[in-house]
Design a protein around this ligand. Structure first.
Ligand code: FE2
Length: 296
């Protein structure tokens, strides 16, 4: 019988609101993104509305934590694929969410999303050794390796990019300890998703990133990602990419274009339960009700 090596939860895009927020225009304001948002508004699409939770982020995220804690068995850790907070002004802002995230009762490993402050995430996982300029690191748990790479450090306009050095680091880490079960995580989806909006905010050198993940097939069990707030699984060249919902909002972006019909909100929060065994990896999607405003 297969031995269970790790049981963990994949979550993403909690988007806690900091008490002091960066001016997003200053942080991301390029002509490219300004033109994109103008195009959206001309088509009658309010991206803000699509991404706004019907309840405060703290309430929506607590519902996630409660749902995970209702599982009738213990988990080893939580893997968070980024956008932990939305544009915190500084690392201090992350101190405010520590008590909430401690509610999981197990270690939480964070990827860096485009809205995240690198130092803030380091404060949330002080025992994790990361690269200096990027939040690149490897989780080692009971013989399982999860290679986590920071796609936000070199990205622009909400998008992602890995530097040449990061691509080389990723290739090296995926090849290391070749007898151990291997998984990977990144905030941005490396592959194109067939939607103007999703692809605008993707990884600008995603083909290069995918080529690196390909080198780890067939040992690589999955690449977990976030950023797009919805359940999307993709398989290409033997690489399995798995995204999970955001607890705060789950816009549905229909592949094929960007239109008023192509974006709607469908309350459907959830998380992915992952069980890594000595023989294979199980993925189970778990849903729970979105908290309603009147219950707040
Ligand atoms: Fe993101």
């Amino acid at each position: 019988m297969a031995e269970i090596l790790a049981t963990f939860i994949h979550i993403s895009d909690t988007h806690f609101e900091p008490a002091i927020r960066l001016d997003q225009q200053a942080a991301y304001g390029s002509a490219r993104i300004a033109a994109f948002f103008k195009e959206l508004s001309e088509k009658g699409i309010d991206l803000g509305a699509a991404h706004r939770a019907s309840v405060p982020a703290e309430v929506a995220n607590q519902a996630l934590i409660d749902a995970v804690n209702e599982l009738p068995f213990p988990i080893d850790f939580v893997l968070h694929t980024g956008d932990v907070m939305t544009d915190a002004a500084d690392a201090d802002q992350y101190d405010a969410i520590k008590a909430t995230m401690d509610g999981f009762g197990v270690p939480v490993y964070y990827l860096r999303g485009n809205h995240d402050n690198r130092e803030g995430l380091r404060r949330l996982m002080p025992s994790v050794e990361t690269a200096t300029d990027t939040l690149d690191y490897v989780i080692e748990h009971n013989g399982v390796r999860i290679v986590c790479v920071d796609s936000a450090a070199n990205g622009v306009d909400h998008g992602g990019r890995l530097s040449d050095e990061q691509l080389e680091w990723l290739r090296t880490q995926l090849a290391a300890d070749s007898e151990k079960p291997l998984l990977a995580a990144i905030h941005h989806p490396p592959l194109l998703l067939g939607s103007d909006m999703m692809d605008f905010f993707g990884v600008t050198n995603g083909a290069d990133v995918h080529d690196v993940y390909k080198t780890a097939v067939p040992r690589l069990q999955a690449v977990f990602f976030g950023h797009i707030h919805q359940v999307v699984d993709m398989m290409r060249d033997g690489v399995y990419y798995s995204c999970v919902q955001s607890p705060i909002s789950q816009p549905v972006l229909i592949p094929g274009g960007l239109s008023a019909d192509g974006l709607h909100h469908e309350p459907n929060p959830g998380f992915t339960l992952v069980v890594v065994t000595s023989e294979q990896t199980y993925f189970r999607r778990v849903n729970y009700p979105m908290p309603m405003p009147e219950a707040v």
